[in-house]
Design a binder for this molecule. Structure first.
Ligand code: FMN
Length: 193
């Protein structure tokens, strides 16, 4: 079934995984990925494990001008509520030139919803890693506008859909600093029965 897909070792990918790092969303500026690059990134992002082939996700691209309009609507909402903290948090949405919202849309299926949400998270990870591999800075953001029902209505979500993450992309003036990493050995055990 399907075309043979040779899977040669890929040391460059291992090196990438060992060093890749998210950038602070607030520091991301133009240029961001071009329209053609977004096409590549979204195609690669949707090449993820998906139990039952349900495609339980979709993507909404937020290009610069529409993203600014989205941010303005969210800001009006926050101001109407007198929520200054929410206004400040919009900085991470406003600064980057491009965002992609990954929307989880679990299907009625024998496949547990949990697994469908995990697949949506895999889309987020692929998109984040793809953007970084392409040479951009990127960050996976949720914040209040990933959960607030009024914000989700502005984004155009349908019943049962959820934001798995906004992946913001752009260019950082300085490389991100490494952060504290867990000691993998302390997290890994070997089952011995
Ligand atoms: C599900 C999820 C939601 C996140 N939401 C936010 C957020 O709302 N605001 C934020 O600043 N960072 C958010 N982050 C990003 C992380 O806080 C941080 O940038 C990331 O863990 C850095 O990972 P890295 O150094 O391995 O690239 C989120 C990450 C994940 C996985």
């Amino acid at each position: 079934m399907g075309t043979p897909m040779p899977q040669p070792p890929c040391p460059e990918v291992l090196q990438f995984l060992a060093t890749r790092r998210s950038a602070s969303a607030q520091t991301l500026a133009a240029p961001g990925p071009t329209s053609d690059e977004v096409d590549v990134l979204t195609r690669l992002a949707t090449r993820v494990p998906d139990h039952g082939k349900l495609t339980p996700w979709r993507l909404i691209v937020l290009e610069t001008a529409p993203k600014a309009a989205f941010a303005a609507k969210l800001e009006a909402l926050a101001l109407e509520r007198g929520d200054t903290k929410a206004v400040v948090k919009l900085g991470k949405l406003k600064a980057p030139p491009l965002g992609v919202a990954v929307i989880a849309r679990p299907r009625q299926s024998d496949i547990p919803e949990w697994e469908q949400l995990l697949s949506a998270a895999a889309v987020c990870t692929n998109l984040l890693y793809g953007a970084i591999a392409m040479g951009y800075g990127a960050n996976w953001i949720t914040d209040w506008y990933a959960y607030d029902p009024d914000a989700l209505a502005i984004l155009g979500l349908e019943d049962g859909e959820r934001v798995a993450g906004y992946i913001f992309m752009g260019t950082s003036a300085t490389p991100p600093l490494e952060r504290v990493r867990p000691d993998a050995n302390s997290l890994v055990s070997r089952w011995e029965g």
